[in-house]
Design a protein around this ligand. Structure first.
Ligand code: SF4
Length: 369
């Protein structure tokens, strides 16, 4: 088997928990950070002994990877490079919270070969940031962005969110304009999802918040129009990039490539098998201290599962969904959707039209049959 090319490291710690967030994360509590780092490196050693690993992309996500102190980051990244062959690495991303990247930490990440930072800005107005429970101010985000540029990062992503309770189309436009003015290389613009087990979901079920699909579409098209006019290519439903700055790591997920996930709560897919690590950081550390892998759910993916995933992911991309995945090949819905100007059909692929883009998920479900 050729070496795995993509690796994800999960750092689950956040200063505080945002009320909409469904990722595996928590405040650090009494976590022994050196023990956590040892556990992450032990898992890397055990897994790479089983699965040859020569990463082309690495991604540190969370949680908040930049929550780790400079001492701990330096230790982790120094020892990691002794464990894995980074000679083919072309994209090395760190997610960052605007409050947690002083110039010295930015320099440290650069010195360890990090090439790309994804900055969790979400919005540029204080009321929206307050609703989201974010712990940074607009000025802190602007300062951190400037710091990252001055440090020499030439691939910066801004994460933005829309359809947030209380957010208006005007404040969303201001967020987009302010983002464009900074000239990031990549922008991710996500529609807020009300995920189960979040405070936002509870507020939705209590009737305090409402889902507004028409408003979602207005926000989506506003982003599409402003970002394309500013020179960003819309290459995935939630992602826009300047030439040469599409995310190779995320593309690996979208196009069903294998990847190794390391850290509590994260998932790996290797050679038709998928597993998830235990979603409990103290238990994760203990298992690895005992020399045991922390995987909990191991499943073998069926061809139908893989096909279903491809519908959900590839239809969202600029490249589109291969036509041969649709059964029967002359699915009656195909021509109806094309007539309604929701999809475009080439000889080989189905792509979404402008009108179809906000309906990606329901079109995928309908075509899947
Ligand atoms: S900082 Fe990010 S990972 Fe942490 S709770 Fe907020 S959204 Fe979730």
């Amino acid at each position: 088997m050729p070496p795995l090319r993509h690796g994800y490291f999960h750092i689950p710690f956040c200063h505080r928990v945002c009320p909409y967030c469904s990722f595996f994360k928590h405040t650090p509590g009494s976590t022994d950070m050196p023990a956590f780092i040892d556990a992450l490196l032990t898992e890397t050693r055990l897994q790479t002994a089983r699965h040859p690993f020569q990463p082309h992309t690495l991604y540190f996500g969370g949680g908040t990877p930049t929550f780790l102190s400079e001492t701990h980051l330096d230790d982790l990244l120094t020892r990691l490079k002794d464990l894995i062959d980074c000679s083919q690495l072309t994209e090395f991303t760190f997610e960052a919270n605007p409050r947690t990247v002083p110039p010295s930490k930015a320099e440290l990440l650069r010195s360890h070969g990090v090439t790309r930072i994804s900055l969790g800005v979400q919005a540029w107005d204080t009321p929206t940031l307050t609703t989201l429970g974010r712990d940074h101010s607009p000025s802190e985000a602007a300062t951190t962005f400037a710091t990252l540029r001055q440090t020499g990062f030439d691939s910066l992503n801004l994460d933005l969110m829309f359809s947030i309770p209380g957010q208006t189309l005007d404040t969303w436009k201001e967020t987009l304009h302010r983002s464009i003015d900074l000239a990031p290389d990549h922008i991710s613009a996500y529609n807020l999802n009300y995920e189960e087990d979040t405070e936002f979901f509870d507020r939705l079920t209590r009737g305090q918040y409402r889902e507004l699909p028409d408003q979602d579409a207005d926000f989506f098209f506003t982003a599409l129009d402003l970002l394309e006019a500013a020179g960003y290519a819309h290459y995935e439903i939630s992602n826009y990039a300047r030439p040469g700055h599409t995310s190779r790591h995320n593309a690996a997920y979208w196009f069903s490539q294998d990847y190794l996930g390391l850290g509590p709560g994260c998932t790996s897919t290797v050679a038709g098998h998928r597993w998830q690590n235990i979603r409990d950081t103290p238990a994760y550390i203990t298992r690895l201290q005992n020399g045991e892998l922390p995987a909990t759910d191991l499943e073998t993916l069926t061809p139908e599962q893989r096909r279903t995933e491809r519908f959900g992911l590839e239809l969202r991309t600029l490249q589109g969904l291969p036509l041969h995945l649709v059964h029967p090949p002359q699915h009656p819905l195909l021509h109806q959707l094309a007539q309604d100007d929701l999809i475009h059909l080439s000889n080989t692929h189905i792509t979404l039209t402008r009108l179809g883009k906000p309906l990606a998920d329901s079109i995928a479900v309908a075509l899947l049959g």
